[in-house]
Design a protein around this ligand. Structure first.
Ligand SMILES: Nc1ncnc2c1ncn2[C@@H]1O[C@H](COP(=O)(O)OP(=O)(O)OP(=O)(O)O)[C@@H](O)[C@H]1O
Ligand SMILES: [Mg+2]
Length: 262
């Protein structure tokens, strides 16, 4: 069965794309078959694989609006078992173009039906907004990961995110679950980040990943070479953290299946 996980936070620059890219490649390295969807018009998850999103004739936008089958848009990446549904330039207009389309909040969910059988995981990288694209991700997903940057203002905006999530649950996708909040860019030298931990526990009791992503320059360098951390520096602290995160996500597969048995 496929698990669809959206990486969401309307706050910019908190590590959504870095998480979507590197979690998805480590899930593939651990034997899962994975589709990464770049739902952000900035196209950062696409360029992380060395694909120039400005030069693409079509991408996830065309699939969402029915102009191309998703299968035609999906491309293999250098990682075995890992595929990418890239963002092309047209995605920039999606928030407006999709407004008048039928079932506009369900476009991604409907589109994913086409390929759901082929994958164990579908990971969705979201833009830094709570607009229609993010709503499509929340409707298309079963679970959400919320990256939270370990900094003083990290929790700002979390209440409107949680509000959006509960609205989506009430009206569009009752099964949407928060898999966890993920602390990113953690630097243990700063005391401030310990306070952020405590506050975060109040927002997400029992829903914080044990894995913490450290601030690690190798993670920031990799995309400028069109590489994921697996190819760029698999021994770095950042790589090891994302591998651990993938294992933690895989571990929850077992929890789900054991709950099914009960
Ligand atoms: N753990 C980390 N250590 C160091 N740098 C990081 C780390 N995670 C992300 N970065 C860098 O921080 C910047 C923001 O990260 P990223 O693009 O993943 O965030 P984002 O939430 O996707 O941003 P946006 O909201 O613009 O889509 C990038 O330059 C990225 O390379
Ligand atoms: Mg991003």
């Amino acid at each position: 069965m496929v698990r669809t996980i959206a990486i969401v936070n309307q706050k910019g620059g908190v590590g959504k794309t870095t998480t979507a890219v590197n979690l998805s490649v480590y899930l593939a390295r651990l034997g899962r078959s994975v589709l990464l969807i770049d739902l952000d018009p900035q196209g950062n998850a696409t360029s992380a694989f060395g694909v120039d999103h400005r030069a693409l004739p079509e991408g996830i936008y065309e699939a969402l609006s029915g102009l191309a089958p998703l299968k035609r848009v999906v491309q293999a990446t250098v990682i075995d078992g890992h595929k990418l549904a890239p963002a092309s330039i047209s995605l920039a207009g999606a928030n407006i173009e999709l407004v008048n389309v039928e079932r506009r909040e369900h476009r991604l969910r409907d589109t994913l039906q086409e390929v759901a059988q082929e994958f164990n995981y579908i990971i969705i990288d979201c833009p830094p907004s709570l607009g229609l694209l993010t709503v499509n991700a929340l409707v298309g997903a079963d679970e959400i990961v919320i990256p939270v940057q370990a900094e003083y203002y990290a929790l700002e905006g979390l209440s409107s995110l949680l509000e959006t999530i509960s609205l989506v649950r009430e009206n569009l996708n009752p099964n949407l679950d928060i898999l966890g909040a993920l602390i990113t860019m953690y630097d243990e030298r700063y005391k401030l980040t310990h306070d952020v931990f405590h506050e975060l526990y109040r927002y997400f009791p029992n829903r914080i990943f044990r894995t913490v992503i450290p601030r690690n320059v190798r993670l920031a360098e990799a995309p400028s070479y069109g590489k994921t951390i697996v190819q760029y520096d698999p021994r770095s602290k950042g790589a090891r953290a994302y591998e651990k995160l993938a294992k933690e996500v895989i571990f929850t597969e077992k929890e789900i299946s054991s709950l099914d048995i009960l």
